[in-house]
Design a protein around this ligand. Structure first.
Ligand code: 5GP
Ligand code: ZN
Length: 134
């Protein structure tokens, strides 16, 4: 897509720090890293979000995510890794080209990926289950 920043990065129009590339995906260092080694795995073919991917494309991308997480683990020796992926502005997606965040985590780091988790009651969960499954 001509006005998409990740398409431009994928085709080399905009420079990036690439840690991995193959026929399917690139993996680049995030320009605003929340942690050392924060990386984005980006399919070369434009797709807005998870729902624009076929099951096969999603599976292929996930293989690269796993590989890149391994590269980061080998290179940076983190104590853990978060995977994050935002779909839609309401979920925090700011670049409308699918990407997966791979975030190395170090014990005691100050990365904040936390949200308020109020305990739900059984009735609420059961009703929700019905709403989702029909
Ligand atoms: P989102 O909020 O859509 O899940 O994440 C978009 C990510 O892309 C953000 O973490 C942001 O820092 C990163 N980003 C946006 N523009 C660029 C860019 O031009 N280069 C790189 N390397 N990362 C970018
Ligand atoms: Zn794009």
């Amino acid at each position: 897509m001509s006005d998409c920043i990740f398409c431009k990065i994928a085709n080399g129009e905009i420079p990036s720090h690439k840690v991995y590339e193959d026929e399917c995906c690139i993996a680049i260092l995030d320009v605003c890293p929340v942690a050392k080694g924060h990386t984005l795995v980006i399919p070369k073919q434009h797709a807005q979000d998870l729902f624009a991917l076929s099951e096969e494309e999603a599976a292929e991308i996930m293989k690269r995510v796993r590989h890149v997480a391994g590269l980061l683990s080998d290179g940076l020796k983190p104590d853990g890794v978060n995977l994050m992926q935002n779909n839609g502005a309401a979920a925090g997606q700011t670049v409308m080209h699918f990407h997966m965040h791979v975030i190395p985590r170090f014990a005691g780091d100050d990365v904040k990926i936390n949200w308020h988790m109020p305990q739900a009651d059984t009735e609420t969960l059961a009703a929700l289950c019905k709403e989702i499954t029909g």
